[in-house]
Design a binder for this molecule. Structure first.
Ligand code: SF4
Length: 78
């Protein structure tokens, strides 16, 4: 019987391969299932600070992908 997590056969990486960063909590959609649409919702809206974003810089060299995510849908941009 083999050991699944030997160093040579490990599927685990020493660092994350992908980093998903939600750059803002703002959203101009109104999905009916969204908790933000509740009349009593008290979500704070804001953007990631430059200090927080800069704190991610040490992780970038080991990434295969950096995904910057927001929920703002831009009109007129293709
Ligand atoms: S896109 Fe996301 S945050 Fe925006 S309304 Fe829809 S579910 Fe809510």
């Amino acid at each position: 019987m083999s050991i699944l997590l030997t160093k040579e056969k490990s599927a685990l990486r020493p660092y994350p391969a992908k980093l998903f960063v939600e750059t803002t909590t703002r959203c101009n959609l109104q999905c009916p299932m969204c908790l933000k649409q509740r009349h009593d919702a008290e979500f704070l809206e804001g953007d990631i600070s430059s200090d927080t974003f800069m704190a991610l810089m040490p992780a970038l060299p080991t990434l295969e992908a950096l995904v910057l995510n927001d929920n703002v849908k831009y009109e007129g941009i293709r």
